[in-house]
Ligand binder design. Structure first.
Ligand code: SF4
Length: 373
């Protein structure tokens, strides 16, 4: 059974009910167990109001599990935007087709210059990002951009329009080892309301994307929802938890991570359907850690410095830094081309020093492509 079939047939209302639990004893019992059961049921309990009253005990468990399963480290990466062309209308995004911003797609020498800049800054893991213009940002174009970065990075991930399995196979052959694809929201109605035009309207094609990546032997896959897009963010993250559970069972060789992005200001006047507070984000991160201890957790520069610093060693495993969200933005920043404004603008060295001060190690390289078996 594919995840799409499971998603369509599974009633998640029981999980949603658990996420409203107010029984403190249920949390005491959970925390008393030596080995906390993994999976969506535990996750639901840990995002409940009852769990909010035990945040310090939960943080201690999260710190312990993070150290044991992932080490006391923060792995750094940088996004590398190659194009802001897009043929979709997503009401919440600065790259949306209707937005009359300047459009740009990097050529080979521009890509090399951006990659060399990031390499000089110390990054060894990049995430190639683009809008969804499938006639311009084709798999072949992306493969050629990856070739431009040859020798500079040990890990290259992509966050692009969902491709076919054979396209991912091509990219894996050319050195891509990671795939990031957020469903944005698992609520079909909200999804249809915020994705008005273009291929991205196809909810099912996007939902099956992570499986196509796994089939093509991507080494790591990251999924998530855009918090604040759907009014019921808990229902969204619960659906994401069932997705992660499915992927971990079905494609168990892949390393998974989750992200918890909140909607940022962009070049549209979109207002989040709900504000997810810092406290809720922290509780959510701890819930991911305790319920899915093997999954990585990404925290991007969308989030403020105080929150990122406070979560070092407590669940988060991957952080972006110094991010430019426009194509060519590292060598020649152009505000007119940006997807959204980042919140944490500190330099990599500054964040790395804080990571060390908190007793963790900054990691720039955690993979060597020649080790591919
Ligand atoms: S979210 Fe992605 S697909 Fe939608 S407008 Fe922005 S770049 Fe395009």
């Amino acid at each position: 059974m594919s995840f799409l079939e499971e998603f369509n047939s599974r009633d998640r209302s029981d999980l949603r009910q658990v996420a409203e639990c107010r029984d403190a004893d249920a949390i005491r019992r959970l925390l008393a167990s030596e080995k906390i059961p993994e999976g969506p049921e535990t996750f639901a309990l840990l995002i409940s109001p009852a769990a909010a009253g035990f945040i310090e005990e939960i943080a201690a468990r999260a710190a312990d599990l993070t150290a044991r399963r992932h080490g006391k480290v923060i792995r750094f990466y940088a996004p590398l935007y190659v194009s802001n062309e897009c043929t979709n209308t997503c009401t919440y995004c600065g790259f949306t087709m209707e937005n009359k911003i300047e459009r740009k797609t990097l050529g080979g020498s521009e890509m090399r210059a951006e990659a060399e800049h990031l390499s000089r800054r110390g990054f060894r893991h990049v995430l190639i990002v683009a809008g969804e213009q499938q006639k311009i940002v084709t798999p072949e174009y992306v493969a050629s951009m990856v070739r431009e970065t040859k020798g500079l990075f040990s890990s290259t991930s992509i966050e692009l329009a969902p491709f076919r399995t054979q396209d991912y196979e091509l990219l894996v052959r050319d050195g891509v080892d990671g795939l990031t694809v957020y469903q944005e929201t698992y609520d079909r109605e909200v999804y249809a309301k915020v994705h008005l035009r273009g291929k991205k309207r196809d909810f099912d094609w996007r939902l099956a994307c992570a499986e196509r990546g796994a089939e093509a032997k991507m080494r790591r896959i990251s999924i998530g929802v855009l918090l604040g897009l759907a009014p019921d963010w808990k229902a969204d993250v619960l659906a994401c938890a069932t997705h992660l559970e499915y992927l971990m069972k079905r494609w168990w060789r892949v390393q998974y991570s989750v992200s918890v992005p909140r909607l940022c200001s962009s070049e549209t006047d979109y207002q989040p359907a709900v504000e997810v507070s810092d406290r809720e984000v922290v509780q959510l991160i701890f819930a991911w850690r305790l319920a899915f201890p093997d999954a990585g957790i990404n925290l991007s520069t969308r989030e403020p410095a105080y929150l990122r610093d406070g979560l070092i060693g407590l669940g988060v495993t991957h952080m972006s830094a110094e991010s430019a969200t426009e194509p060519g933005g590292y060598c020649s920043p152009e505000a007119a081309l940006k997807q959204f404004d980042i919140t944490d603008e500190r330099k990599l060295d500054e964040i790395a020093a804080i990571v060390k001060a908190k007793g963790c190690e900054p990691v720039y390289k955690d993979w060597e492509p020649c080790l591919i078996g």
